[in-house]
Ligand binder design. Structure first.
Ligand code: Y12
Ligand code: CO
Length: 173
């Protein structure tokens, strides 16, 4: 399956993703195709809507202490629901759909998640650190929310100006 990353300001990023109801080869194909595109672009997380599939599916591969991302650490999360969230943390986030921009974003520090795996089995996950941050970032994508939506009015204005300038430069190069 050939996939490309949907980039801001594409309106598809604003779609609300639909619950996955079929845990079939189509879903497996999509998840299998999302993995190489995430790794090839140095990503740690990718939601299906970022490759134009408005489904409640996301993948995460958080770097270990050595900065490695072995495939065994890959998490495939379908139909996630947060059941507990606590604390507060700030981290400089980036997004494959908003290339070259990094901003400090406030998130919950820890969370508990119920979700389904690629075969539809129910799973539970307790997360903290970068994993908890990444889950919240990717779950926002399922609601059509981007990390830049969480910026202050003035920071967002500055972002829009810089992003437009960058897009213009890219077009002219
Ligand atoms: C903390 C921070 C971010 C998340 C959400 C997942 N975000 C990413 O995986 C972002 C990846 C990213 C990769 C980039 O590198 C390339 O595209 C080659 C990148 O650099 C450029 O755009 C030039 C920006 C972001 C969770 C937790
Ligand atoms: Co993102």
């Amino acid at each position: 399956m050939k996939l490309t990353i949907v980039e801001y300001p594409d309106r598809r990023l604003r779609l609300k993703s639909k619950e996955v109801t079929s845990f079939n080869s189509k879903l497996h194909n999509l998840l299998d195709s999302m993995y190489p595109i995430m790794m090839d672009t140095n990503g740690i997380g990718l939601a299906a809507i970022q490759v134009a599939y408005p489904l409640k599916a996301l993948i995460l591969n958080i770097p270990d202490e050595e900065g490695e991302q072995p495939k065994e650490n890959l998490l495939e999360i379908i139909n996630p629901i947060v059941t507990l969230q606590n604390g507060e943390t700030i981290y400089q986030e980036g997004c494959l759909s908003v290339p070259k921009f990094y901003e400090d974003i406030k998130r919950f520090e820890t969370l508990t998640l119920n979700y389904q795996d690629r075969d539809g089995n129910t799973q539970m996950l307790e997360a903290d650190g970068l994993l908890a941050i990444a889950i919240q970032h990717e779950m926002d994508h399922l609601e059509g929310v981007l990390f830049i939506d969480k910026l202050s009015y003035s920071r967002r204005k500055k972002f829009e100006k810089e992003y437009k300038r960058m897009q213009k430069e890219q077009k002219n190069s």
